[in-house]
Write a protein that binds this ligand. Structure first.
Ligand code: ADP
Ligand code: MG
Length: 254
């Protein structure tokens, strides 16, 4: 039996008169990869940042591992891993030094090499962040979420802007992190990604959840409603062609 690790109830966020999050409720189960999907401006990042204790909510309730956000934000902070703003990646420091610095902020002792191994960046231990490829930057950013050995990590559009190989490589990494016992909440614009990666997804539009289920069930529901694709579906798509021709192997050129 899996347990609820995040519970969000009737969450609202207003920026002045603008109602960005309009009463959303959902639960995330321990060990899940849970996706928040929605167009730009839907309220995904706002929702994540409220749960992460980084943004004030207007109203509603949030519990993380049974800790109430209003009562125990510091307990919540200890349980979660968030992607730090890249502005904190001091340009003169290499990856090992950055990890040591962040570990200090979390008051944790960390073996930087062990962490870099987890995201396959051992070779880049002495490189600076700006010297990394797009995929390597994202892997490093994910490594920083793992420093405090969190129960839950939050990934806000981790694959935006990556090439198909780097995207697949990141999916493998995210699955490995989950298989090692960490719950993952991820936002994405890519529906193919959500379909293969997420156990369940919430579809958010204009601050409201308009669908919540496993990708499979959401597709079944649509089909059951009589929906048909407007044209015959081919057995492959252009991305399949691209991957078939260029291979799965990860490229690290900038
Ligand atoms: P998403 O991550 O889904 O793209 P966001 O949560 O970033 O959406 O933003 C939701 C809405 O709230 C957008 O219309 C955005 O312009 C607005 N918004 C976000 N942050 C602020 C802010 N600090 N002040 C005013 N409006 C904001
Ligand atoms: Mg966003």
């Amino acid at each position: 039996m899996s347990k609820v690790i995040i519970r969000v109830k009737d969450l609202h966020k207003q920026y002045g008169n603008f109602h960005a999050v309009q009463g959303i409720s959902f639960e995330v189960m321990e060990g899940e990869i849970f996706g928040l999907l929605g167009p730009n401006g839907a309220g995904k990042s706002t929702t994540l940042e409220i749960i992460e204790t980084l943004r004030e909510k207007t109203s509603g309730d949030v519990w993380v591992n049974d800790f109430n956000l209003d009562e125990s934000p510091n307990e919540i902070k200890k349980l979660i891993g968030v992607q730090l703003q890249t502005s904190g990646y001091y340009p003169s420091l290499n990856l090992t030094e950055l990890i040591t610095l962040f570990a200090g902020l979390y008051n944790r002792r960390t073996d930087p090499m062990e962490l870099l191994d987890k995201v396959n960046l051992r070779d880049k231990a002495k490189a600076k962040y700006k010297e990394l490829s797009g995929g390597q930057k994202q892997r490093f950013s994910i490594a920083t979420t793992l420093i405090n050995q969190p129960k839950i990590i939050f990934l806000d559009e981790p694959t935006t802007g990556l090439d198909p190989q780097a995207r697949r490589n990141l999916w493998d990494l995210i699955r490995t992190i989950r298989n090692n016992g960490t719950t993952v909440i991820i936002t994405t614009h890519y529906m193919d990604e959500a379909e293969v990666l997420c156990d369940r997804v919430a579809i958010i539009d204009r601050g409201k959840i308009i669908g919540l289920n496993s990708p499979d069930k959401l597709i079944d529901e649509l089909v059951a409603s009589g929906f048909e694709r407007p044209r015959e579906v081919k057995k492959a798509n252009l991305e399949d062609v691209f991957i078939h021709m260029t291979g799965h192997e990860l490229r690290e050129e900038k």
